[in-house]
Design a protein around this ligand. Sequence first.
Ligand code: AMP
Ligand code: MG
Length: 412
Amino acid sequence: MFSAAEAEQLILTLVQPTDTVETINLANVSSCLGRVLAEPVTSALDFPHWDNSAMDGYAVRASDVQRSPVTLQIVEEIPAGKLPQKSIEPGQAARILTGAMMPAGADTVVMQEETEQQGDRVTILQTAQSGSAAGSFVRQRGSFYRAGGELLRAGQVISPAEIALLAAAQQTQVQVYQRPRVAIISTGSELVRPDQSLQPGQIVDSNQYALTALVAQTGAIPVPLGIISDQRSAVKEAITAAMSQADLVISSGGVSVGDYDYVDQVLADLGATLHIRAVAVKPGKPLTVATLAVANRHQLYFGLPGNPASAMVGFWRFVAPAIAKLSGQPGPWSPDFVWATATTELRAGGQRETYLWGQLVAGATGYEFGQSAGSHSSGNLVNLANTTGLGVVPQGDHQIAIGQSVRVLKVG
Ligand code: AMP
Ligand code: MG
């Protein structure tokens, strides 16, 4: 049986990043968020675009303000957006406002607080303290970025800061990778939809909803395909259909050793290669990872166990990194692990790496993690609400005491 780390490594070697590209328009900001740049973005503009003032004050020649006080003649006022009309000659200054373009001749800005203006004359009061060395309070053209350089790298995920940068660079059309389509199948003859009446013995298909939400959160496109009964032919038909319309397929249920667990058999029937059938984790030990050749590509299949906590933990630990790589993100694709101080005791059986769901919070001196109250049975989803982290008890360990360090997988 693979360890979690081994399984993750193997899974990532099986993922071929998408190479299909589409153009998105910056005007639709929401549709740009979370997308992955397919090529580097460069700009023809320098940043700043021209020398400009970092302060409200006076644009001067540094050589004029080496001693103070000194009085200069104001030749014009330059608010932001106005093109300076005059060149600053020795003994002259221009009133300048933050962001305004520096006039020719001037190389320095003296802040307003260190001056006194009377009519068309300004007295510079304290140049010794005010940093009037040449270039003070001037943002030099190109000092943040030089035109033609790489502004954003390929593989960059577009978040609000990148949106701002693209806008400032006037890049209104950008090339991004197509979002992968992820098909979701629930297997189980006992399953009903949330809107169906629940008969004794039946179980509501919550996994379809959990996995759809989890896939959406990664930025991929969920393709929920509904419930498949535990019949070999039905499972085969469903997997075949799913493979043909998605880049990745996730099923839940039907991967353990029960009489009605057909997923692995069907995958073998279809000619898939089964790379993983179990991982030493709790919850979620039965985990099927297979690849199937579909039209020149190796398509990845995840068979997660049916128990709700197992399916979610399996997704967070193994599926999310695969989707990140599939989406064209540059990596590392591993989940975010942080160290935290345990605020509750964490217990485990010791045979398998154990994931306990709970709340990860930023405390005054670092992260803190406490497991959710209530049962940590893989069949319990009631206390999964408000999960922000999974505390990990390593294989071989039975307990992490309050106050000890715990490795936590960040979720949400
Ligand atoms: P299985 O992995 O198919 O043996 O299922 C294990 C347990 O998870 C059984 O109690 C199932 O009823 C339950 N289960 C399976 N699929 C789902 C699902 N889609 N939603 C909620 N519970 C499920
Ligand atoms: Mg089942």
